[in-house]
Write a protein that binds this ligand. Structure first.
Ligand SMILES: [Cu+2]
Length: 140
C-alpha cells in the first residue's frame, strides 16, 4: 500500500465517522421551512397567490401601513384610539375595528382580479374621517 492510499482511506474513515456522529439536523433537507404551520394556508406555486400577513394599526386618521401589496392578504387590524371601520367597497368587505383594548379585527382579503382596492374607514371617527384611507395593490 502506497502512503497516499493509506491517507485516502484514513480520510474516508474520518468522513464516515463525522457523518455518523453529526446531528441529523445537519443533513436534514431544508424543505421543512416550506411546510405550513398549523392554521396557515398552504401557498400555491404562483407568486401572485402568496399569502401576505399584515398587521394594521388604525388611528385617527390613518391606517398604518396604508399601502399593502398582495392578492391574498390576511389582515389583523387594531385600533390605537376609537373604533374604526375597515371598508373595501370593491371587495364587499365592511368590518369593525374595535376601539383600543377591545380586541382586533381579523379578516382575509382575496382578490379575484388585479387592480387597486381602496380601503376606507366606515365608522365616523372624527374630523378627518373622510380622509382615512388605504389601498391594497393587486398585481397580475
Ligand atoms: Cu373613521
Amino acid at each position: 500500500m502506497k502512503p497516499t492510499d493509506h491517507c485516502i482511506s484514513e480520510m474516508i474513515l474520518v468522513a464516515l465517522l463525522l457523518y455518523a456522529l453529526a446531528p441529523a439536523a445537519l443533513f436534514a433537507p431544508a424543505v421543512e421551512a416550506a411546510v405550513p404551520e398549523a392554521g396557515q394556508v398552504a401557498q400555491v406555486a404562483q407568486p401572485s397567490q402568496t399569502v401576505q400577513r399584515v398587521r394594521i394599526a388604525a388611528e385617527r386618521f390613518y391606517f398604518t401601513p396604508s399601502r399593502i401589496k398582495g392578492t391574498i392578504v390576511e389582515i389583523v387590524a387594531e385600533s390605537e384610539d376609537t373604533s374604526h371601520g375597515f371598508h373595501i367597497p370593491a371587495a364587499g368587505i365592511d368590518a369593525l375595528i374595535p376601539a383600543r383594548g377591545k380586541g382586533e379585527l381579523r379578516l382575509r382579503f382575496e382578490a379575484t382580479q388585479a387592480g387597486t382596492y381602496i380601503i376606507e374607514c366606515s365608522r365616523p371617527c372624527g374630523a378627518g374621517h373622510n380622509t382615512m384611507r388605504g389601498v391594497i395593490i393587486v398585481e397580475e
